[in-house]
Design a protein around this ligand. Structure first.
Ligand code: NAD
Ligand code: UD1
Length: 337
């Protein structure tokens, strides 16, 4: 499997995965509608690798464009990152999310089917475990959706399972990411959220750089070691290598397979703040605030399945994630602008 289409490849996780794919000499083509990312991310990857990346600005909702692309290429497989991911926006604009994420994926699969390309790696999320009351979460833990974004991930998982049930020539890896953070160690690529970040790590780095005054810690009355919420933060470069392992797995014709991609280790909000302060020697001003509606107390992965079946384990720790996130932020205070 040498020729890979990467959808959403200019985005945060996509650009890091493109870099790892190029290092392993895959031939790749990237498409993205650039709604939530910049073309510059791939220019940086080109600079890091010395490779030229074929890019097309294509929206997954534009099926004729997808058809043309598949007519002009002989893809062996697809890594499908493209999608919208802001939980709050999905609550305000559910139809946008259902249309973009679900219809976009159905379009992609239809075009793949037509061209007999039946190897797919899909970006799912720990959000498919809903608001779990127990961690670690295994791939067999109960599934539910607690917002429209989560519903799109869960629905796409069901669609892909049905697709496989109907035609066992498909090989599909559903990768359930926990909390991706950090950046490539060069500081050339990283997370570039538009507006005020919703997620913890980009918020912390923007406080550290002075763009935002103070972090709010959402809730200190959870049943955790320090009262703040616990998550499984994973370095984006580890996540990227997880995709390479998933592609290799698909070569064995495994059918449909599901893997948690996390570290298996939970860290509280205060743990992250302290790790950031130690890694970078910067104080993060914060204040305690009420819980954020919809937040789970604790969510971390059981990662044994990915370890035994993919031979993949996360290598970076929380300190590395904080160091690399900060390195990216200081080198690019305005992101890719
Ligand atoms: P991102 O927004 O940086 O990347 C997604 C890319 O998809 C963007 O470049 C966007 O422009 C593109 N896109 C969106 N809709 C498109 C469409 N219709 N046609 C073409 N391109 C389109 O996000 P990311 O953090 O890199 O996430 C990648 C994938 O992983 C997403 O599917 C996301 O839901 C999933 N995921 C992300 C996280 C996270 O915390 N970052 C966690 C779990 C799952
Ligand atoms: C969020 C998304 C989830 C997505 C996940 C991975 C929500 C409600 N959920 O989850 O769907 O799969 O990202 O990208 O947005 N926190 C603060 N202050 C802040 C920001 C966050 O205290 O300013 C806390 C949160 O309460 C939580 C932890 O930090 O305990 C992590 O938050 P965040 O980075 O937003 O990730 P998730 O809540 O896990």
């Amino acid at each position: 499997m040498k020729s890979i289409l990467v959808t959403g490849g200019t985005g945060f996780i996509g650009s890091h995965t493109v870099l790892e794919l190029l290092k392993k000499n895959y031939r790749i083509v990237v498409i993205d509608n650039l709604r939530n990312s910049k073309r510059e991310s791939l220019k940086r990857v080109e600079k890091l690798t010395g490779a030229k990346i074929e890019f097309h600005q294509i929206d997954l909702l534009d099926k004729p464009d997808l058809f043309d692309l598949f007519n002009q290429n002989n893809f062996d497989g697809v890594i499908h990152f493209a999608g919208l991911k802001a939980v709050g926006e999905s609550v305000e604009k559910p139809l946008l999310y259902y249309s973009n994420n679900i219809s976009g994926t159905v379009n992609l699969c239809e075009v793949m089917l037509h061209h007999n390309v039946k190897n797919l790696v899909f970006s799912s999320s720990a959000t498919v475990y809903g608001n779990p009351d127990q961690s670690p979460l295994t791939e067999n833990s109960a599934l539910s959706a607690v917002n429209p974004y989560g519903q799109t991930k869960l629905t796409i998982e069901y669609i892909l399972k049905d697709l496989y049930r109907a035609d066992q020539n498909w090989n599909i890896a559903l990768l359930r990411y926990f909390n991706p953070v950090g950046a490539h160690k060069s500081g050339e690529i990283g997370e570039d959220p538009t507006g005020i970040p919703n997620n913890l790590m980009p918020y912390i780095t923007q406080v550290a750089v002075g763009k935002l005054a103070k972090l709010q810690v959402f809730g200190n009355d959870y049943e955790t070691h320090d009262g703040t919420g616990i998550r499984d933060y994973i370095h984006v470069v580890d996540l990227a290598t997880g995709h390479l392992r998933a592609l290799e797995k698909l070569k064995e014709n495994p059918g449909i397979v599901i893997y948690n991609l996390g570290t298996g280790k939970g860290s509280s909000v205060l743990d992250v703040i302290h790790a950031f302060e130690i890694a970078n020697g910067i104080k993060i001003p914060y204040k305690l605030a009420p819980r954020r509606p919809g937040d789970a107390a604790v969510c971390y992965a059981d990662v044994k399945k990915a370890a035994s079946e993919l031979g993949w384990v996360a290598e970076y720790n929380l300190k590395d994630m904080c160091r690399d996130a900060w390195n990216w932020q200081t080198k690019n205070p305005s992101g890719f602008n």
